[in-house]
Ligand binder design. Structure first.
Ligand code: GLV
Ligand code: GLV
Length: 328
């Protein structure tokens, strides 16, 4: 019998066909509807590998159900949706998709920054709604991007790629990270900064940190109050890093000027959410790595990682390095 891989969304044929000779691959029926929990549990009970989405909660219940489960391959660089500790206990490998999505996600982060600064969404809506009455001197005047200060919170690979884009706009680059990054300081002239200094001095604050116990609710009302009143806040990391009520109040009270958000505490965000009522908020549906090219590469990487583990080899992009010790 071929090892069984269950995929929690419908993926294009081209992503999986190369693997079908060696594995039995079954997918959830829909591309745009998450797999129901009961079905995920039933599939986990049968599966040797699970190919999961960041919207699936892969908790202890799912992992314990997986009698034969050897690997969870998540279609994302982030893996806060997976209980890695529980996977460690069961010797299950957890894989993600770093590197292949770095430039694509940085492109999105920078385009969200630019769209927010230059009010692209409001402007496009105005034209389509027939509300463009005349050219006027301050029509939809936004903020400059070039020569401003960008503060990057979370200087991983994506943060560095955003910084590289910022050099093209001749921006001053500040960054905050758990560890210093001498290579980015040297190559891009980025300046390491305390979190407090960064939020006080930056014109654009770009959040790219993963969600951990340390980063949950990092952006509080106090933090927004320290920002410049002209500051623009961009979040392309994870929603729960921000206290959304505090962000709403900061935007309404004028503590900051605008926000561009790709991620939210609860996804999908409700259309009734107060943040979505503000004209100085651009909200997009967690599409950081979503180019056709990159998503297909991510899918194939997930399958390659699953294949490696099922063949007793080390996967290319393993999250839980403890796994190697566990399976030996
Ligand atoms: C997307 O948010 C990812 O983690 O890849
Ligand atoms: C990983 O690729 C990251 O940028 O955090």
């Amino acid at each position: 019998m071929k090892p069984y891989i269950y995929v929690t969304r419908k993926l294009p044929k081209e992503a999986i066909e190369r693997f079908e000779a060696e594995f039995e691959i079954n997918m959830w029926d829909y591309e745009d509807v998450p797999v129901p929990r009961e079905i995920l549990i039933k599939e986990a009970m049968k599966a040797d590998a699970l190919l999961t989405m960041l919207s699936d909660s892969i908790d202890e219940t799912i992992l314990n159900a997986g009698e034969n489960l050897k690997v969870v391959a998540n279609l994302a660089v982030g893996f806060d949706n997976i209980n890695v500790e529980a996977a460690n206990k069961r010797g299950i490998a957890v894989c993600n998709t770093p590197d292949v999505l770095t430039d694509t996600t940085a492109d999105l982060a920078f385009s969200l920054l630019m769209a927010t600064a230059r009010r692209i969404v409001e402007a496009a809506e105005m034209v389509k709604q027939g509300e463009w009455k005349s050219w006027s001197p301050l029509l939809l005047a936004g903020s400059d991007i070039h020569h401003k200060t960008i503060g990057i919170v979370g200087m991983g690979k994506i943060g560095s790629a955003v910084a590289r884009r910022a050099t093209g706009f001749e921006m001053e680059i500040l960054y905050h990270n758990r560890t210093r990054k001498p290579e980015v300081e040297k190559e891009l002239g980025a300046v390491y900064s305390s979190f407090e200094d960064l939020v006080m001095k930056s014109d654009f604050i770009v959040c790219l940190t993963p969600l951990t116990n340390e980063t949950r609710n990092l952006f509080t009302r106090e933090v927004f109050k320290k920002m410049k009143s002209s500051a623009i806040f961009i979040n392309v990391g994870r929603g729960p890093v921000v206290d959304e009520e505090a962000l709403y109040e900061a935007l309404v009270d004028g503590d900051i000027a605008a926000a561009g958000l790709d991620v939210f505490v609860k996804e999908p965000i409700s259309a009734e959410h107060p943040l979505l009522k503000l004209s100085n908020v651009i909200a997009i549906p967690h599409i950081g790595s979503s180019s056709v090219e990159t998503r297909v590469i991510m899918m194939k990487l997930c399958l390659e990682n699953s294949k490696a583990v099922l063949n007793g080899e080390e996967p290319k992009t393993l999250v839980n390095k403890e796994w190697k010790a566990l399976v030996k």
